[in-house]
Design a protein around this ligand. Structure first.
Ligand code: SF4
Length: 236
C-alpha cells in the first residue's frame, strides 16, 4: 500500500491533516487531491450526493478508479439516481452505494410515516449519518464537495482538515471555489451534473426535504426550508 497512513497514529494523522490544510490552502483542487492520493492511496474515498460529479471527476484524475461513496437514503429524486448510474457508467471511478439499516417502509413502521417532517434530525441520523459512518470505516481519508460560499455554516471549511467525530482526514478540494468555478469546470470537462440543477434547484438532497430556490437565496436555502435545519449531520 502506498502512503503514510500505515505508520501514523491518530494524533499523527491529525497533525498531518492540519499541516496539509495550511500548506495546501492556495493549491489547486487537483493538487490537493494528488497529495491525498499519494498519502492515502486506496484508503481515500470521495463522497458524492450526485448533485454533480465535479469532485469525483477531479479525484479520478488524481487516483483512477477511486471509490465514490453514495448514500441512497430511499428518498432521492429519480434524477439523482440517474446521475449516480451515469457516473458509474462513464467515469473511471468505483461507485459504492450505501443504504440505511432500515428501508423507508421499515422506518415508517417503527417511527411512523414522514419522519422527515416530524423529526428530520432523527431521519438524517438513520438514513445518512449512520450509513456514512459505517461506509467510511475502511478509509483513512474522505473527500467532499463542500464549498465555503455555499452557506455561512461552511465558510470556515479547510481544504484539508481533521474530522474529529470520525477520526479521519477530511479533504474539501473545492472549498475555495465559487459556483462560477464549478460551472467552468463542468463546461471544460463535460462533467455530469444532476438535471435538477437546471430546473431551479441549487442544491439537491432528498425529495421531501428539497425545494427550488428563489432569486437571491443562498444555494442551500431550499434544503429543509421552514424546518430550522441547514445541515444533515454528515459535516457536523
Ligand atoms: Fe430524511 Fe430529509 Fe434527511 Fe433525507 S434529508 S434523510 S428525507 S430528513
Amino acid at each position: 500500500m502506498t502512503g503514510l497512513q500505515e505508520e501514523r497514529t491518530t494524533d499523527g494523522l491529525r497533525a498531518l491533516a492540519e499541516q496539509a490544510g495550511r500548506d495546501l490552502e492556495d493549491a489547486s483542487a487537483l493538487e490537493i487531491l494528488r497529495w491525498a492520493a499519494a498519502a492515502f492511496g486506496p484508503r481515500l474515498c470521495v463522497t458524492s450526493s450526485m448533485e454533480d460529479a465535479v469532485v469525483a471527476h477531479l479525484a479520478s484524475r488524481a487516483l483512477p478508479g477511486v471509490d465514490v461513496v453514495f448514500l441512497d437514503t430511499g428518498y432521492h429524486f429519480e434524477e439523482t439516481i440517474g446521475t449516480r448510474d451515469a457516473v458509474e457508467a462513464v467515469m473511471d471511478v468505483n461507485v459504492l452505494t450505501l443504504t440505511p439499516l432500515r428501508t423507508v417502509a421499515e422506518q415508517d413502521a417503527e417511527h411512523g410515516p414522514r419522519l422527515h417532517d416530524r423529526d428530520p434530525d432523527l431521519c438524517c441520523a438513520l438514513r445518512k449519518v449512520e450509513p456514512l459512518e459505517r461506509g467510511l470505516r475502511g478509509y483513512t481519508a474522505w473527500a467532499t464537495g463542500l464549498r465555503r460560499d455555499e452557506s455561512p455554516t461552511r465558510a470556515g471549511t479547510p481544504v484539508v482538515g481533521w474530522d474529529d467525530k470520525r477520526r479521519k482526514v477530511k479533504i474539501s478540494p473545492i472549498a475555495r471555489w465559487t459556483q462560477d468555478d464549478v460551472d467552468a469546470y463542468v463546461a471544460e470537462h463535460g462533467v455530469l451534473t444532476n438535471p435538477l440543477l437546471t430546473d431551479g434547484y441549487a442544491s439537491v438532497g432528498c425529495a421531501p426535504c428539497t425545494r427550488r430556490v428563489l432569486r437571491g437565496e443562498d444555494a442551500r436555502a431550499g434544503r429543509w426550508a421552514g424546518r430550522g435545519k441547514t445541515e444533515c449531520g454528515l459535516h457536523g
